[in-house]
Design a protein around this ligand. Sequence first.
Ligand code: ADP
Ligand code: ZN
Length: 611
Amino acid sequence: MATPDIGTDPSEARQVLHRVFGYDSFRGSQQDVIEHVVAGGDALVLMPTGGGKSLCYQIPALVRAGVGVVVSPLIALMQDQVDALRNVGVRAGFLNSTQNPDERSMVESEFLAGELDLLYLAPERLRLESTMRLLDRGKVSLFAIDEAHCVSQWGHDFRPDYLALSALHERWPDVPRIALTATATEATHAEIATRLNLKEARHFVASFDRPNIQYRIEPKNEPKRQLLDLLKTEHAGDAGIVYCLSRASVEKTAEFLVQNGIPALPYHAGLDSRVRATNQSRFLREDGLVMVATIAFGMGIDKPDVRFVAHLDLPKSVEGYYQETGRAGRDGLPSTAWLAYGLQDVVQQRKMIDTSEGDQAHRRMLGMHLDAMLALCETVDCRRTRLLAYFGQQGEPCGNCDTCLSPPESWDGTVPAQKLLSTVVRLQNERRQKFGAGQLIDILLGKKTAKVIQHDHDSLTVFGIGTDLREAEWRGVVRQLLAQGLLAVEGDYGTLVLTEASAEVLSRRREVMLRREPEKARAARPAKASKAAAVVDLPTEAVPVFERLRAWRGAVAKEQGVPAYVVFHDATLRQIATLEPSTLAELGTVNGVGENKLAKYGQGILDTLAE
Ligand code: ADP
Ligand code: ZN
């Protein structure tokens, strides 16, 4: 641990929390981190998305003398971040390539004159000798390195710039550094510490649990319909993100939602950069928009009121899945993480791995990531416990995931597995043929389709031996055997072949336990027909008040050209709607109402309440 270089009053941080941000108390390890950095120590902070990382460097920057320099790769979001800070009265600025020389030199002189509390920089800018010289001429209070996992991720766009950050310590040995990330496997954690030269840093590892997010994974039947059902019954009027694997399905899904009356926008790397920027900015600014996107969307998006994250395709790793779903419910209000997953996902992803670039070791790693994701999908245990275990943390069954709410049964699928595997064996041995899941299931069900007749498959001894299961159940069996590595996919047509482990099942040396698919996935929460989740749990009489406040907020945000949440979070408006304060002093006690916002918006709120 670096030796603290200045003495400070710990209550100063608390005063800033209250006065500037309007919050009563620190969350989790925020206070420890802040005290450590204020005292001049280096820190490595691992906190889930929405855990409250920003305050961990913003408050020390306000308490320590000088300007806090924040390294963030997301230049498209810097303007919003700075606007949000200015709105609470923090003197923030940024330097990036979107500015013209005049704008840049203005920020530079503010920095040199000590008129800034926080300065946001993209990592590639910090590498420039001119930027380093600028920093030398002013006073830097700390370096905050946001999204620090960029330093470790193989093939990450920002990686070279992040690697260069290890030099900060040599040039400014006395300036504390705080690296932050929401990615937290042991390996990433260790790599960040080494690569960023944070040997002396104290590590703060928060719990990765996000209790307000309800995790649900259901079998994919008609994915778009299932999605629509979720949005209509549980998330009408809510903002949310829908992730799809391909650009084409992003476009199609967005169109489908719009046709069905849901305001949705597409986002993927193939869109013109202006369209992308507009869609992102609308999503942040307007209430209740749905963003349909590839994983190119979301990093650094700190919209607090994203009420759901839906995945229409299987994510490639648990880490990615957790980051993506973590974008829901940063404000701590109930939110949903929903994933639809099916046989085709497994087939497709295995194929993608087989044909991916990179060496054998890389492909093996991709395979391991996929296996972990599949294990999460097929588990009969609490999803959250599984997720936390993946990050090396323990948890109790949570009561707020689909398996806790309606526990799935597991059943002995050894016999069906044997039937399926022996069909694969027969085709291979007797006919030198390989087929995909569809044909295998038709054979098991004894269906005389054109393709069955063409290949004379109705003469196989296994023809029709599987009529005890329905087609959907057979698909579940195939999917789970693939997930368990008892069956493998090969080639371009998704043909199924045996694995080494298949033999153990065929020779009865291994039992196969499977998860039973519910008849129809039950809605885990009682359907709150067409009521936005943001309104749920408000006393009935407060609902119209909340809606009025929301409308007021929308108008104010529009007028000021900032996202609605920069004015106030939903959580704050809900508290105001419930409390109905009649004086400014009373309004000032609400969580999220700091001095600056009280002065700026207080009267507007009181007038709206009095209407
Ligand atoms: P992260 O960067 O870790 O994803 P943020 O810093 O964006 O998370 O914080 C998530 C949300 O929680 C923000 O909306 C923030 O205003 C709020 N928040 C953070 N700390 C506190 C606190 N101590 N009390 C109340 N709200 C907080
Ligand atoms: Zn659970």
